[in-house]
Ligand binder design. Structure first.
Ligand SMILES: [Zn+2]
Length: 134
């Protein structure tokens, strides 16, 4: 039991540490994965794009890298729980699921800073908290 858990833990740790390097990212393309006009998604440690050509969209990649950073600092699973909870709460609040999505603190942080290519190198831990109340 313990013997099978240890290698898995080491693999996870290795991936986790690789992920702390801002240059490390795994980009994959899935054309039929996306809903409506969404074109990118980050599921740590992957950035998933709708089209191959989007790999050169620096602003989009930066947006997704901000999400990868948020996911890592929240140890992955809690990020998704908070993300979905905040989206549900805001959907009830605004009665508009798209507006709710745009106002999730994780999205506000990513949209506000996606054009700033230096943002991730100067960002403080839990930076999304600054976007919770706006
Ligand atoms: Zn986003």
């Amino acid at each position: 039991m313990v013997l099978s858990v240890v290698p898995n833990f080491l693999c996870f740790l290795l991936l986790y540490l690789l992920g702390t390097d801002e240059r490390f990212q795994v980009i994959v393309v899935f054309k039929h994965f996306f809903y409506k006009n969404y074109v990118g998604l980050s599921l740590w440690p992957f950035i998933i794009l709708k089209e191959d050509s989007l790999k050169t969209d620096a602003v989009l990649i930066n947006h997704e890298r901000i999400h990868l950073k948020q996911q890592r600092e929240l140890l992955i699973v809690p990020f998704y729980l908070l993300y979905v909870s905040e989206w549900l709460l805001r959907t009830v609040l605004y009665m508009d699921s798209y507006r709710a999505y745009q106002n999730i603190s994780f999205e506000r942080e990513a949209y506000a800073n996606e054009a700033d290519m230096q943002y991730l190198s100067k960002r403080k831990i839990f930076g999304f908290l600054n976007y919770l109340m706006r």
